[in-house]
Design a protein around this ligand. Structure first.
Ligand code: AMP
Ligand code: ZN
Length: 116
């Protein structure tokens, strides 16, 4: 299901521009417009799922595919050896601002812990 008022659905549909780095029948990956690391890619399901707290058992497959896409992109970006981080902000307190599930893939620098 595509939501016309969702920016990530619109990127997935090609209606608004993004630097797309990977597309498959069920997911899209593109560079974050406000990068927080040398590599900062967002990986999204094409299906509009708002947030992790709304996931259902049938979503397990696509969520697994987000991890496999992250692995493939980390290799392509040359950050798989040194390490990389995947982040999924779920809900307002976590800092989620776009309510279409997305995985951040961050790398190319040393990460701090704990996150802010
Ligand atoms: P979150 O805080 O986890 O909801 O992250 C949303 C992310 O989406 C932020 O890092 C934004 O910089 C990024 N973002 C928002 N709009 C766009 C866009 N049109 N193209 C690329 N990245 C975007
Ligand atoms: Zn959406």
């Amino acid at each position: 299901l595509t939501e016309s008022d969702c920016p990530f659905c619109r990127i997935a549909a090609g209606d608004i521009p993004a630097e797309v780095v990977l597309t498959t029948p069920d997911l899209v990956a593109f560079r974050d417009i406000n990068p927080q690391a040398p590599t900062h890619i967002l990986i999204i399901p094409r299906e509009h799922i708002t947030t992790v707290s709304k996931l259902r058992p049938p979503d397990a497959e696509i969520m697994g595919k987000l991890f496999l896409a992250a692995r493939e992109l980390a290799r392509k970006e040359g950050i798989d050896e040194d390490g990389f981080r995947m982040v999924v902000n779920a809900g307002v307190d976590a800092g989620q601002t776009v309510f279409h599930v997305h995985m951040h893939l961050l790398g190319g620098r040393v990460m701090g812990w704990p996150p802010g």
